[in-house]
Structures are given as C-alpha cells and as structure tokens.
Design a protein around this ligand. Structure first.
Ligand SMILES: [Zn+2]
Length: 165
C-alpha cells in the first residue's frame, strides 16, 4: 500500500519523524500531531468445511490454479466472528457455523494480521461475483502454501492429526 503524502486531518504535507527510534510519516504542521502509524490491518480468514471437504476459492483477479481461503476485512463495529461468517455468506452463499479459532498470523508482506477460523457449512454453494471458481479438497489432499493464510491451513491440519504435505 502506498503511504499517504498529505495529513489526513489538516491536509498539510507529511514528513519523516522519529518516534521512539522508528521513522514514521507525520504531519509537519505545528500543533496537528497526526502520525501515520501504518498499523497492520486485521483480516479474517475461514477454513470452510463443507461435506467433509475444505472449500478453496479463486478470486477473479488471481491467476488460474491459485486458490485461497475465504478472507475479508472487518466492517466498522463488527466482531471477527461476525465478520468471518458474513464473508462466508457473501462469497459462498452458505450459512456457516463457527467451530473455533485456528490462530493468529502476521502477514508482514501485506501488513496484515490474519485471524483464522474453522467454519462448517452445509447447503448449495452460490459464489458471488468476486470469485471465479470454488473447489472442494479433501483435508488429506490439502497442500498448505508457505505464506499468509497457508500457515493457518498447516496448523489446522496438524490439529486434526494430518501431516501437511
Ligand atoms: Zn496535520
């Protein structure tokens, strides 16, 4: 994500300011005090179990054969549990049931904190327009990828006693 060039409060130019030994973009106007902290953004992710298999989705913008978990940002005031079930409903058209938290994962390359849940869902899948394809993979055939939500998949398989391949 590109950093903002101007203050979000007063519109003044941002400069680099050292705060507790780290460089931040901060407002140059006296008395404003705005600092662009660039904190990681929380993202919810769902390992959706459907008829004994795990659903992986391919976003329309992704290359062919690239699949991932259902993910999304929290809306203002929303709980992570509420957000993950809403994303499952929106993207797959399924009413999910929360099984539990799988874990929290720092996705440093994207400056995100992934909050991963195990969700079960039944019924007919109705993809929304963001997705190009949804595939069902038996858990023992899942091959966790080595970045982002892949770490959650790996831990989930371990929790179920399946060695990740
Ligand atoms: Zn300012």
């Amino acid at each position: 994500m590109p950093e903002p060039a101007f203050c979000l409060y007063c519109g003044e130019k941002l400069t680099t300011k050292q705060i507790e030994g780290r460089d931040y973009r901060a407002c140059s106007r006296e008395g404003c005090g705005f600092v662009y902290w660039d904190n990681p953004l929380p993202v919810v992710a769902a390992i959706v179990e459907h008829e004994g298999k795990v659903l992986l989705a391919r976003n329309k913008l992704w290359p062919v054969k690239m699949y991932g978990l259902i993910t999304g940002f929290l809306e203002k005031g929303e709980s992570p549990e509420g957000a993950v079930l809403r994303e499952v409903k929106e993207e797959l058209g399924l009413d999910g049931k929360l099984v539990g938290l799988v874990g929290l994962y720092a996705f440093r390359e994207r400056n995100q904190l992934i909050i991963a849940y195990h969700v079960t869902a039944a019924g007919e899948i109705r993809m929304n327009e963001e997705l190009a394809e949804v595939i069902s993979v038996p858990p023992e055939q899942l091959r966790p990828w080595s970045f982002g939500t892949g770490h959650a998949v790996k831990d989930w398989l371990k929790m179920r006693g399946i060695a990740a391949g």
